[in-house]
Ligand binder design. Structure first.
Ligand SMILES: N[C@@H](CCC(=O)N[C@@H](CS)C(=O)NCC(=O)O)C(=O)O
Length: 205
């Protein structure tokens, strides 16, 4: 397997879960502006979407979409600790969170990172959208250590990655959300996360 990634991007969630599951994988970085990979390849030939993560499973299969790659890895490797088996309601709780992170948090952050959107519009979008959603996750984490039950799942790997973006890319401090902040500080010490950060962005946390 090979993961196409960019430092600190959504691909970080996949790298974290690859380490959680102890999977063998190589990593190739992509310049998202030029769409050229570390080895000089045209990333658009790997995926016409031009964004990371992209997981090359073998010579025939390239998977994209963070939420789907995470599910694939857990299912393929029978890693039910990170995503319960078919039919178990916890599976759908984890997928519910994973989808929420993808469509509500990840995409809201992407809009705020867009240099073509005026700051005043970003402020309105943040105050009427992302902020409320973060409040909701903060409330959930006031009563729970993890997103679902007492287990770090694929949804937690993804949430951790999005929370990393807030101070590091969006200059939004986590401290006003006491429980998001505590969750981030607690999980950043996980071995998988420490390894992923050492590999991608040694000085970041
Ligand atoms: N729908 C994709 C979006 C992935 C995405 O937004 N990737 C960003 C980095 S976090 C990217 O590669 N952006 C470059 C581009 O879109 O050209 C997913 O959920 O994985």
């Amino acid at each position: 397997m090979k993961l196409y990634y960019s430092k600190g991007a959504a691909s970080l969630a996949v790298r974290i879960m690859i380490h959680e599951m102890n999977l063998a994988c190589t990593f190739e970085s992509v310049d998202l502006k030029t769409k050229i990979t570390e080895t000089g390849g045209d990333f658009l030939n790997i995926t016409p979407k031009g964004y990371v993560p992209a997981l090359k499973v073998d010579d025939k299969i390239i998977l994209t979409e963070t939420a789907i790659i995470l599910q694939y890895l857990a299912d393929q490797h029978h890693a039910t600790a990170f995503l319960s088996e078919l039919g178990n309601v916890n599976r759908y709780r984890v997928l519910e969170w994973t989808n929420f992170i993808s469509t509500e948090l990840h995409k809201s952050c992407a809009v705020l990172l867009n240099p073509n959107i005026p700051e005043v519009t970003k402020d309105i979008l943040f105050n009427t959208g992302l902020k409320m959603k973060l409040n909701m996750v903060n409330d959930h984490l006031s009563k729970n250590q993890y997103l679902v039950q007492d287990q770090f799942t694929i949804a937690d790997g993804y949430l951790f990655t999005v929370l990393f973006w807030l101070p590091h890319f969006l200059k939004i401090e986590l401290s006003p959300w006491h429980h998001l902040d505590g969750y981030f500080l607690k999980h950043k010490n996980r071995a998988s996360i420490q390894t992923a950060f050492q590999e991608e962005i040694a000085e970041a946390i």
